[in-house]
Design a protein around this ligand. Sequence first.
Ligand code: NAD
Ligand code: MG
Length: 390
Amino acid sequence: MQRITILGATGSIGASTLDVLARHPEQYQVYALSAHTRVEELAAACRSCRPARAVVGSADAAARLAALIADLPTSVEYGEQALCDIASSADTDTVMAAIVGAAGLAPTLAAARAGKKILLANKEALVMSGQLFMDAVREHNATLLPIDSEHNAIFQSLPAAFGRVPAAAGVAKILLTASGGPFLNRAVETLGDVTPDEACKHPNWVMGRKISVDSATMMNKGLEVIEAHWLFGAPADQIEVVIHPQSVIHSMVSYVDGSVLAQLGNPDMRTPIAHALAYPDRIASGVAQLDLTQMAALQFFPPDFTRFPCLALAFDALRAGGTAPALLNAANEVAVDAFLERRIGFRDIDRVIRHALDAVEHGPAPSIEAVLAQDARAREAAAHAVASLH
Ligand code: NAD
Ligand code: MG
């Protein structure tokens, strides 16, 4: 029996995880669930999985949750320390890290330091703290399995004993596929007017609002380039973004002998979730088998960096190193929030990020405290830029 903690149980990834787990009650038991504000949804999840612990974001949310599940054996807690506790408890084996944004860093790191099996959806945590996070995984013998569909596909296309040295495994390039999001073909001059709902209408995936906007700007792919760098040890020049609007090939690895290995499947996050949960075994995920004969043509082309300036900013941040990716991530979170709240336009997102990157000088990232200090500075600079645009 594998005991699981789900950080971010009420989100899109959290819901898909609960769906896969419910198909295999004899193999998995939910130890703890977390949510930030969606107390009713968390109560419903507690009712079906009966976890030992549930964590929410505030005392008020905890009181509401406790009232809703007073008849259950679940203990209710709140706050960041409680998140770290359920991620590192001796009573859990596996942690699904599915909180969105920088808020997921502390509990995901706590899971790494406790040597857990981590199913990583929360790419922002890795982008912010890359080296420190990977060091913690190694030092504490944690297992890190990628949930992001592209990274899960790359992981599946690499040799089993891959040691994060691409050259040693004969890897020439990592080919990171990207759908291009909802605005791939929209006239560039109309992008300034798009609404949050239009930006969140992804052609192939149903996801949380922050990652949906990131997909529309292609910052999501930029964060994934940085994520791939840390997960697979590949330098920026060895990671190539390929636009593939159908999202059937989830990414590829190109080898020095000319072979290209890919992972394909219907676009449904339950596949990478089931893969990582059962790894190295396989379990059913509820996803329909891919029928290639029903597939329209699969297309591939290079990204347009002028249409998607956020992708270029992310490559620059990866090459700059140190705290540059953390600054990029923090500024992006502020800009996306402001866009979702209609305080800035879509085309202002990259402007705000660029402003923050110009205003705050990046430096080395010797500790999490240093990263968080830079994160705070970038948020301040980005908020300033938002206010000046507003
Ligand atoms: P979502 O917005 O649907 O859910 C986010 C979850 O995080 C919710 O459970 C929410 O309660 C929790 N949360 C939000 N703010 C919090 C805070 N301040 N403190 C604690 N918890 C908080 O997001 P999602 O689409 O499920 O994405 C989750 C993560 O997975 C993101 O990092 C995203 O980039 C990544 N991811 C998602 C998908 C997808 O298909 N949805 C694919 C790949 C990667
Ligand atoms: Mg992805």
